[in-house]
Design a protein around this ligand. Sequence first.
Ligand SMILES: [Zn+2]
Length: 151
Amino acid sequence: MTIPNLTRAKIEENTSSGSFDRGQEYLANGAVRSIQRTDEHTLKAQVQGGDVHPYLVTITFDADDIQSVQCTCPYHGGSWCKHIVAVLLKTLKQEEIPVAKPARLNNLVEDLSRTEIIALLKRLVQRDPQILDEIRNERPEIVDGGDAPRR
Ligand SMILES: [Zn+2]
């Protein structure tokens, strides 16, 4: 369990019976797309609702309890909406969710085109000229100011 002291009963207390039932249906239908723990005390989840784009649910908690819940859906009934209910129910069924690592460099750059990579390198060199030395080390055959090697 990721959120301390969370129980099914506590979720029911904070929502309407309608939202609780709908939340259970959402969970059963796989509407909870992803749950990520972005830091020690924050969970972010995407829930597919009636809209094309999923709603984003953000839950913060401390060592004892939930601190805040938020959902980007239009529901403002004063209690937790069905998306929040679905996410919380899901956390009850899961092992503790580890804090997500930031996206890896590989994932970030592997789809870039050659042109994009060159533009990115130029910007990086502008910001930090030492990067140019790194690149030079990769290409020792190319000498600055001299003639390019003949073929
Ligand atoms: Zn919602």
